[in-house]
Design a protein around this ligand. Sequence first.
Ligand code: MYA
Length: 616
Amino acid sequence: MRSSALRLLSQTRYSPIINGRAVSTAAKKTKTKTEPPKKEDSFCMNLFRGEANLKQVFPYPVNLNDERREMLSMILGGTEKFLEEVNDPVKNDENATIPKEVLKQFAEYGAFGALVPEEYEGAGLNNTQMTRLAEVVGRHDLGLGVVMGAHQSIGYKGILLYGNEEQKKKYLPDLATGRKFAAFCLTEPSSGSDANSIRSRAVLSPDGKYYILNGSKIWISNGGIADLFTVFAQTPVEQADGSVKDKVSAFVVERGFGGVTNGPPEKKMGIKGSNTTEVYFENVKIPAENMLGEKGEGFKVAMNILNNGRFGIPAACTGAMKHCIQKTVEHITTRTQFGRKLEEFGDVQEKLSDMVLRHYATESIVYMLAANMDRGIQDYQLEAAIGKVMSSENAWIVCDNAIQLHGGMGFMKECGLERVLRDLRIFRIFEGANDVMRLFIGLTGMQYAGKHLQHTAKQVASGNVFALFGAVARRTSRSTGGDFASVVHPSLKSSATLVDDAIVRFGKTVEALLTKHRKNIIERQFEVTRVANAAIDIYSMVAVLSRCTRTLNSTDGDSNHEKQIAELFVRQASRRAVKQLKETDGATLSNLSLITSIAKDVCKNQALPQVHPIDV
Ligand code: MYA
């Protein structure tokens, strides 16, 4: 079976293309023909090969020395005071704006230049410190978090990541101090999730000094308050064969260049305090030196900005979950019904512990991601996407449960939870819709696994049978040994075994899917989504076990609460992961034809086609 799998895969190339467009196919073909696949240390990438690469996940990475801890506690002290005494999330929501003076005061705590080095007037925090700051902001006011995130996590992040020294010196000080605001301009009326298909266009002036930009962007966070925009636009780029093709480039655009205008603030369901508008560019003259990164490489610039800023969402969601749990605990320990405190009912306990588990898993993932970024790890695109997806969904469920446990009170504005729920809804949509992120996770991982299988197949075909033995041996050792069981705290061994088993099953499922569907895997969203779901649960289990092991090791095993959380989480998540993987096999695929058929019927009819029950 194994050799036939390799033979089939050797005839196939895989692309993480989601919409079926054959983007950069030729380049990928050349790459796979000549080079062995790039080796990654990313846990999530290797998971798709059924391997547990522990390098980035064990021991649980935390990178805060005493000096950084002290600096953080000073910043948090001031920020918490500001959030409790100055900023008013209820008013921000009601007035659909955050007063300028409030933003100005917030800036004084370094909140708008968290990651900017001190030499450019920033706070000089690392990602772990910023995560903690974003968590605190998310606990109080998600709308304010979005102003902060849209400004620095994506708005001017391109200057930090790709800017040259002149660009950094020119722009960062004003941005880091909140004297000026930034926005990230990618989305367009006809280009949302399909970010590569933007139509805004920038053409070099005949004297080569300017790019002339025309186009419009929608749903731009901070669009109405920004002085500076990171804008993505098509630019004509000469190809190696002399032909010219439009490719995306990135630019730093100042409002002051002229020709930049914005629409009125959008009326939104939540995060109302944040400003969202359309932004228009009409014959904007951008100095040629304001290009960010290389010409034609703007799509990658955009993706890397998004990857790099994606930890902001899990950070803010962790804080929001903490707030919901805190409020719920206060309520269920004081409210009496049927002669007992709510906390005494089994159903209430089940809901609360589910909230606690979801929060623990999210917190474990976000601080692991931030610490890995701090130690210079570059291959975290899947981990960041997983963090974004699981945190936004966990926070939604936690807030919904909090409202449920508050009963009628939870539905009332006065309680405050309905605002959090409204605010949280967008987190599953923006910065990469979760549905698209799932496909990105599944297909990127499968492409990586596919390349490795192809490589092994090629080696075997050229007479290197050891390559095949190596692959088989790796698999055998995995199915008998326990990678995690050997690194976790002894009291978590049985949980670790469940993770080891899930990883082996995951690798086998991916291989089976690649063998069966080959390049058509890109059209199999039913299966890819389930694989992504399993990856999310497996990575969550790993983060939870790693963190809990760290706690148990540092407390001589004396942290029963966390141990119980980890145990229960792994039991539940491993079962979920296995279920998702099982659903990719033939038995449940019969559901797929029904799903497709039902959806097609409704679309064809442009309404619900069934007979109304009272009309039969
Ligand atoms: S901003 C707008 C957000 N928009 C999106 O996120 C767009 C989503 N779409 C995509 O991500 C892409 O278009 C997808 C690719 C994934 C669908 N990392 O052929 P391809 C490479 C690195 O697959 P497509 C907003 O919402 C890929 O390997 N590389 O492309 C603001 C390939 O490279 P190569 C990547 O089919 C909200 C090439 O690109 C990635 O077009 C405000 C082409 O790939 C990646 N991720 O689709 C937020 N993806 O050719 C406020 C692709 O070399 C924040 N590639 O093989 C609030 C925070 C809260 C508070 C925080 C406080 C601080």
